[in-house]
Design a binder for this molecule. Structure first.
Ligand SMILES: [Fe+2]
Length: 349
């Protein structure tokens, strides 16, 4: 490995010593700069790309010992070799502990100096290469993690579609709920990360229905209390299914998606804003899609009826702030509601 094109900074308050070192190191092909005080050192480090500093410990004004921490913190990629008198070995060792790469003793043995410079530059090269490789690996890992996430999401979507395909009334439910929930999340200004969690939570919210009795699930009429309790087991079942696969925020979203804002839900443990925001969004998106779809026991409700129903439940079943965001999302304010026949709003849902 050759480092001869690299620039070294020789620091000593004695011009004769600087000249001696410069002659030796220039002769080996290095570019050499000189400095005799702290101001010159810092100026040169600022303006030139310095690979290595040979730093005299004893100088008038700020000593090499004082400058070393400043150089290492401001220019961590610059190697430092301390130049010291033989009786200052203890000080030199202290400098090594503070980040110096090596030390050489005065009077200089020029061959030892040359070797120390070569060694320090090789170590520096190695560290720079390792860091570059680490950055490359981190980028690759990030890229592959993204690809894996996409693959996983596609697999989950396929699984959810397969489950819903068994039921003619809920086919496409999770996909539609996801679209509505994301539109509400967008209206509420959620971060990219929260939006990603909301997407997963929405897609997976009813996955526990895989364990529900299809006869009860498709019953053409009002459910009894026992039947309702049975269907609602899809919440804890879903939580157990997804917990090993997704993060806590998504799990919580699924766990609380049937909670009522006022605490009136079945076996509910938390109330109001303690219910995760994603679950409060999901509750409205879920209800909206249920009402807009045909059911065995009723036809789809009109947009006017749905909006009135959701507004009626603001503050009881639903979080009023999320209701307001929902109404904005479908292009309605709190004081107006349109029926689909009068120009269907929310065609993006
Ligand atoms: Fe559900």
């Amino acid at each position: 490995m050759t480092h001869q094109q690299e620039t070294l900074l020789i620091v000593d308050d004695e011009a004769g010593i600087r000249r001696l070192l410069r002659q030796k190191l220039s002769g080996e092909g290095y570019q050499c700069k000189e400095a005799s005080n702290s101001e010159q050192i810092l100026n040169t480090l600022e303006t030139d790309s310095i690979a290595l500093v040979i730093l005299d410990i004893r100088m008038p004004g700020r000593s090499g010992i004082e400058l070393l921490p400043q150089i290492k913190s401001g220019y961590p990629d610059t190697s430092v070799i301390m130049a010291t008198a033989v009786n200052e070995i203890n000080t030199a060792v202290q400098c090594l502990k503070q980040g110096a790469d090596d030390y050489i003793c005065k009077p200089f043995n020029l061959e030892e100096l040359s070797l120390a410079v070569k060694r320090a530059l090789e170590k520096r090269h190695l560290l720079l290469e390792i860091r570059e490789y680490q950055q490359y690996l981190e980028e690759r890992i990030e890229e592959q993690t993204g690809q894996l996430r996409k693959l996983f999401l596609s697999a989950i979507e396929a699984l959810v579609s397969a489950l819903e395909a068994k039921d003619e009334y809920t086919g496409g439910h999770s996909r539609r709920v996801t679209d509505i929930a994301l539109a509400i999340g967008n209206e509420l200004g959620l971060s990219a990360r929260d939006m990603e969690n909301l997407r997963w939570g929405s897609l997976l919210h009813d996955i526990g229905k895989v364990a529900a009795d299809p006869a009860i699930q498709n019953k053409p009429g009002k459910l009894t209390r026992e039947e309702y309790e049975h269907i609602m087991t899809h919440v804890p079942v879903g939580v157990e299914i997804v917990r090993p696969l997704v993060n806590e925020q998504i799990t919580q979203m699924i766990e609380h998606h049937h909670d009522h804002y006022n605490g009136g839900g079945l076996h509910q443990l938390i109330v109001g804003d303690d219910i995760p925001l994603g679950a409060r969004i999901l509750a409205i998106a879920d209800a909206f899609d249920a009402m807009i779809s045909d059911r065995p026991y009723r036809s789809a409700m009109s947009m006017t009826q749905i909006v009135e129903e959701i507004k009626r439940c603001a503050g009881t079943q639903f979080d009023p702030i999320v209701v307001a965001a929902f109404l904005n999302t479908v292009g309605l304010t709190n004081t107006e509601a349109q029926s689909p026949e009068n120009g269907a709003p929310g065609t993006h849902l």
